[in-house]
Design a protein around this ligand. Structure first.
Ligand code: HEC
Length: 160
């Protein structure tokens, strides 16, 4: 019940943002369409991935960098600071993934690795286009596509 109430509140805020700011319509729409999935997900259907405590820490730290990049990208687009957009996206690019140890890589399912790699690559593309095109609307569309990777992986896997 609490979840549903929170979800309604978030939806109202998102609709408000959509009507106020055309720029974020795309992002708000993405969040709106993913919310019902989050709210109704009370049964556990995600595939568990068994990791050691250290390995889990490493992957979750990478996740927090992802989230930080997303926040910095949205902030950059909102202020038309495409230098910040590019720098934030690059921090989550393929170069950041190179530090994953072989032992950890061996424990991750192929589908997980493919989605992870594709997400890093999408950040790199976003960085490149932000530098070369400097078009905030385009970056926002790229971010929307990228966030769909976050959503689908989170729906499919969990760590244990
Ligand atoms: C390849 C799969 C995958 C992708 C892609 C992915 N994540 Fe995750 N993420 C996970 C898993 C698995 C967890 C752990 C969930 C659990 O165990 O309940 C997680 C956890 C997190 C956490 C929690 C971190 C913590 O400290 O507990 C954050 C934040 C996060 N992800 C953000 C993101 C963002 C933002 C994106 C997209 C830019 C993203 N993730 C993309 C798989 C993924």
């Amino acid at each position: 019940m609490k979840n549903v109430a929170q979800c309604m509140t978030v939806r109202i805020i998102l609709v408000f943002i959509m009507t106020c700011c055309k720029r974020f319509t795309l992002l708000a729409l993405t969040l709106l369409t993913t919310l019902p999935v989050v709210a109704s997900d009370t049964t556990e259907s995600r595939q568990p991935i068994m990791l050691s405590a250290t390995e889990k820490q490493l992957v979750l730290a990478e996740m927090r960098i992802f989230l930080n990049s997303v926040q910095q990208i949205v902030d950059g687009i909102s202020r038309d600071d495409m230098v910040q957009v590019a720098a934030a996206a690059r921090r989550s690019g393929l170069a950041a993934q190179a530090t994953v140890p072989q032992t950890l890589a061996a424990k991750l399912p192929l589908a997980f690795k493919k989605l992870g790699r594709d997400t890093h690559a999408k950040f790199d593309n976003l960085a490149l286009d932000a530098t070369q095109l400097g078009d905030g609307e385009h970056s926002l569309q790229q971010l929307n596509a990228l966030l769909q990777n976050c959503v689908s992986c989170h729906a499919a896997f969990r760590f244990e």
